[in-house]
Design a protein around this ligand. Structure first.
Ligand code: AMP
Ligand code: GLY
Length: 418
């Protein structure tokens, strides 16, 4: 069978490699892909990014299944375009993708279905938001309603910061239309967890939990990034957290999706905050996380394609998923300067001597050799009998890889897990 994966990061490289482990898969197209997907035997990069062009390509090339990666494509309705062509697609239609694409809609959905989340108000008027902030307590969180490449969440320590954030979102329109509506919500403390799951329209099947490390510097300091590393399972997600998550978040989400007619076959990624009051849902993403996917898939002992088929065929209630014991650790190697400006075109050495999985996030292939082409360049993913061993294995391989001005955090999965 032929598959089409869309996207160009480490998540897509990991998906492609995992899918190719199934002998039924004869070819995976990756659009646009990267230097890593280009080096996988059985994968062909396709230089397309427009949803309609991708659906047309899939139809002409007899693609059996489409796996769209990024939120902007899903919100633009890429799943609807594949469906119009009769191609099974693992991803929400546009209406459901808005649970990620509109934070106001997501919060109203959570409130309506009693899903535990931070207290909030939605605003479309600058003046109303300003009056609300006059009497609010701080810290407080302001969020642009629409997609803002992960930058639309502003955590404000006091009233003056909140007023500045409000101006940034609604007067200066730093994120354009995305800030025309905003959420103002209660600031929660605690530890974060990511839980990816498959959804078939009736059943949500959670995968292993994961812990993202979003800041560029050790000790969770410095600016936010797309993610500098992940461990799985998340050491903070014990049985008690999991059962609170099931009862207060997963089950009401399932009921809400069905009641609102928002059912789809795809992925739901729950962004959680855990504290001594319970487990809170910060956000839904309607796609795989990056780099969570790389760490979680490395522990999957079942066939990924079989799980995807179960999600597409409405059979997740009967699906059995097997996990390897132990833990995984994913360290992101980035270009010096990221998440600000950085240089590209640096030769990458040493991947061939690694025993861990090395996925390409931002590198291109020239004459069979990889050169850096992005901020996040490589994801090194290792497993071990426990988290300590997974970390040791991972960092042993990170040390074998070099490119000019490479940077990475040395504390992924370390003592500072908050
Ligand atoms: P979101 O896109 O809503 O997940 O927000 C991005 C990040 O902002 C989260 O991963 C948290 O680190 C932080 N964040 C979002 N909402 C809150 C909140 N209510 N309290 C504290 N931190 C938050
Ligand atoms: N790692 C967080 C995300 O994929 O949004």
């Amino acid at each position: 069978m032929k598959l089409l994966v869309t996207g160009s990061g480490g998540r897509e490289h990991a998906l492609v490699r995992k899918l190719l482990q199934n002998n039924e898969v004869e070819l995976v197209y990756c659009a646009p892909g990267n230097g890593g997907t280009a080096s996988e035997k059985g994968c062909e990069n396709v230089d397309l990014s427009d949803p309609q062009a991708l659906a047309d390509f899939a139809a002409v090339n007899s693609v059996d299944m489409a796996l769209p990666g990024s939120e902007d494509m899903l919100v633009a309705g890429i799943a609807d375009r594949f469906k119009e062509k009769g191609i099974p697609v693992l991803g929400p239609h546009r209406a459901a993708a808005l649970l990620e694409g509109s934070k106001c809609m997501a919060k109203d959905f959570m409130k309506k279905y009693g899903i535990r989340t931070a207290a909030y108000e939605n605003f479309t008027s600058y003046d109303d938001a300003r009056s609300y902030l006059e009497t609010a307590s701080f810290p407080i969180v302001l969020k642009a309603d629409g997609l803002a490449a992960g930058k639309g969440v502003l955590i404000c320590a006091d009233r003056s910061e909140a007023m500045t954030a409000l101006d940034t979102l609604m007067s200066d329109r730093a994120f354009g239309d995305a800030g025309d509506s905003i959420v103002i919500e209660e600031y929660l403390t605690g530890v974060e967890a990511s839980i990816l799951s498959f959804y078939d329209g009736k059943t949500i099947m959670p995968l292993l939990s994961a812990k993202d490390h979003k800041k560029i510097l050790e000790g969770e300091t410095g600016p936010n990034t797309g993610g500098m590393g992940v461990v799985s399972p998340n050491p903070h997600v014990d049985n008690e957290v999991m059962s609170l998550f099931q009862k207060e978040i997963l089950e009401p989400t399932c009921i809400g999706l069905e009641t609102e007619g928002l059912n789809f076959s795809g992925v739901i990624f729950f962004g959680l905050m855990i504290n001594d009051k319970g487990v809170y849902l910060l956000e839904y993403n309607l796609r795989m996380g990056d780099p969570e996917t790389q760490a979680v898939l490395s522990l999957l002992d079942s066939d990924l394609l079989e799980l995807i088929r179960a999600a597409l065929d409405g059979k997740l209630d009967r699906a059995k998923v097997k996990w390897k014991t132990g833990s995984s650790c994913c360290v992101v190697m980035a270009s010096g300067g990221y998440p600000g400006s950085y240089e590209k075109g640096k030769l990458i050495n040493g991947i061939e001597s690694c025993s861990a999985d090395v996925f390409v996030a931002g590198a291109s292939l020239k004459d069979g050799v990889l050169y850096t082409s992005g901020g996040r360049v490589l994801n090194v993913v290792a497993t071990g009998d426990d988290l300590e061993e997974a970390r040791r294995n991972c960092y042993a391989d990170v040390a074998k890889i070099s490119f000019e001005k490479a940077v990475y955090r040395k504390d992924i999965g370390g003592p500072v897990l908050d």
